[in-house]
Ligand binder design. Structure first.
Ligand code: PMP
Length: 298
């Protein structure tokens, strides 16, 4: 991914894609002192950009390395990178990390750095997923308890178990893995939140130990706009058979229907496809006046 043309924003400047490097003793590489974002641009407009920039700042604060950039400055860095690469429909990846100014667990003297890269990225699960639905298996790893990790940060270290779970799922012939939390409740997929349909209502796990996604909160707002009741609650894997449809949500994944989780099957039904269409209408600006609902996380 590093050998290509393009421009990447790094600490305030646009640099050539191939020159966007860090030193091997970067603290973030050794100790996972890194946080990131993932947004998408549609027709040149980055959906919920400031919400992503704010979350990057919040994540860095949780990790103890406050960023010397404001929301407006991060927004501008994202827009400038998109423009410099002549992209209108693209994925936008801001990342921030502790640098190579100091080595060791103690990193008080490191500086906070930031970069933004953009590239074309089609449907996260491929073009067929919207029609066929995804096949998920249950991950061998569980989302950690809030007292064992900074679960509210979009922190690089929390993705260690996501990559392990995703690889195992792919190697076993599935598209992705459903991760349970430390209690054994349904949590999320490896890079997206999850919703279920039952009797015309939406059920989704309470986000008390995983990311309360911006897409998730947009879907709740879109459902409310249609008068659909959304129930946030503890969901146990034993209940999966009682849901008729299910889908994933994420900035990269958008709205992707599920066909299967382990032994349970789901319909790719009209209600899910309606939410997928509503989300596309929202991000393309065809639905206006709908904002992601505020996060219920403290
Ligand atoms: N959970 C995880 C683990 C994720 O990586 C993502 C993608 N950022 C999400 C949920 C969904 O978050 P959002 O809708 O804000 O992209």
């Amino acid at each position: 991914f590093d050998d290509r043309n393009g421009q990447i924003w790094m600490d305030g400047q646009l640099v050539d894609w191939r020159e966007a490097n860090v030193h091997i003793l970067t603290h973030g590489l050794h100790y996972a002192s890194a946080v990131f974002e993932g947004a998408r641009a549609y027709g040149g407009h980055i959906y919920a950009l400031s919400a992503h920039s704010q979350r990057l700042i919040d994540s860095a604060n949780i990790m103890g390395f406050p960023l010397p950039w404001t929301v407006a400055e991060i927004d501008e860095a994202c827009r400038a990178t998109l423009a410099a690469n002549n992209l209108t429909n693209a994925y936008v990846r801001p990342v921030a990390w502790r640098g190579s100014e100091q080595m060791g667990v103690s990193a008080q003297k490191t500086k906070a750095h930031m970069a933004v890269a953009c590239w074309e990225w089609g449907a996260y699960f491929g073009p067929e997923a919207l029609k066929k639905g995804l096949r998920l298996t249950i991950a061998p790893w569980r989302r950690p308890a809030p007292y064992t990790a900074p679960v509210r940060a979009k922190a690089a270290g929390l993705y260690m178990i996501c990559t392990l779970s995703k690889h195992k799922a792919e190697n076993d012939g599935y598209n992705d893995a459903l991760m349970l939390d430390w209690r054994g409740q349904v949590a999320e997929a490896t890079g997206a939140n999850i919703f279920f349909w039952k009797d015309g209502e939406l059920h989704t796990p309470t986000p008390d130990c995983f990311l309360d996604g911006i897409t998730r909160r947009s879907i709740i707002a879109l459902a409310q706009r249609r008068g659909i009741k959304v129930i946030e609650r503890a969901i146990w894997p034993e209940e999966l058979g009682s849901f008729s449809q299910a889908f994933l949500t994420g900035s990269a994944a958008e709205v992707t229907p599920l066909a299967e989780i382990g032994p349970w099957n789901f319909q790719v039904g009209p209600e899910t496809l309606q939410m997928a269409q509503d989300y596309q209408d929202l991000v393309h600006g065809r639905i206006t006046g709908v904002e992601p609902v505020p996060s219920t996380q403290a």
